[in-house]
Design a protein around this ligand. Structure first.
Ligand code: PGA
Length: 256
């Protein structure tokens, strides 16, 4: 019922030449295959056009890791949603824990950005998740509920088609430590329940909720196969073509 999404977040890696080469390698590995879900890569802004050039039979969708919270104007250093759309971007990652932490981004900003993304007809991937201390003190659900409640009710025209959620426990990001299947399923089911309260049962039923945090070929099938996990947001493992395709293979195998 929910089509899986495997999304690679390249973070601050891969200039245009390296990015084009990586995308071409992934496309080559996927050549001739019909995927039953979606595969997406989110390069740095500057690398997006180069990756977009890897066209021929390339099944990879194109995304970005951020966008401006303004449509246009005197905002030095920003990149707008319309510019991203023109470059072929279909998805924009918002509220990644690294932007929450290093750029001090807030709910107000996430709401403005996501509303611009949806208004332009693009899709947003909204990230949330607890830090280690919050998990250890038994507050993971409370934190996730607050992160969802602070943003979802304020979105205009969000639905299960244009909004994707990504549960990313911060203690699992880039650490090699993955959430256990029990924790992942429990947090995803909890998230779906909160979405049902905020957006209705039907939207919650169709909403894709990705897992992110040290997802790799060896654990992708089990994680993505969980009842409420609909794909992965992949950092480190998205930088190696074989690993990224290995995760896509895991997502495919979870459907068998
Ligand atoms: P990781 O990053 O796969 O390297 O843990 C995930 C993410 O930050 O989206």
């Amino acid at each position: 019922m929910r089509r899986y999404l495997v999304a690679g977040n390249w973070k601050l890696n891969m200039g245009p030449a390296a990015g084009r080469a990586l995308a071409a390698e992934v496309a080559e590995l996927l050549k001739g295959r019909t995927l039953r879900g979606d595969a997406l890569v989110c390069p740095p802004f500057l690398t997006i056009p180069a990756v977009g050039e890897v066209a021929d039979g390339n099944p990879l969708l194109l995304g970005s890791q951020n966008c401006a919270d303004k449509a246009q104007g005197a905002y030095t250093g920003e990149v707008s949603v319309e510019m991203l759309k023109e470059a072929g971007v279909q998805y924009v990652i918002i509220a990644h824990s690294e932007r929450r932490e290093y750029q001090k981004e807030t709910d107000d900003l996430f709401v403005r950005k996501i509303n611009l993304i949806l208004e332009a007809g693009l899709k947003a991937i909204f990230c949330f998740g607890e830090v280690l201390e919050e998990r250890q003190s038994g507050r993971a659900e409370e934190v996730v509920r607050a992160q969802l409640t602070g943003v979802l009710p304020r979105l205009e025209n969000a639905n299960a088609y244009n909004l994707v959620l990504a549960y990313e426990p911060v203690w699992a990001i880039g650490t090699g430590e993955t959430a256990t299947p029990e924790i992942a399923q429990q947090m995803h089911a909890f998230t779906r329940g909160v979405v049902a309260e905020l957006m209705g049962e039907e939207v919650a039923g169709y909403m894709r909720i990705l897992y992110g945090g040290s997802c790799k070929p060896g654990n992708a099938r089990e994680l993505i196969g969980l009842p409420d996990v609909d794909g992965g947001l992949i950092g480190g493992a998205a930088l190696k073509a074989a690993d990224f395709v290995g995760i896509i293979d895991g997502a495919e195998a979870s459907l068998d």
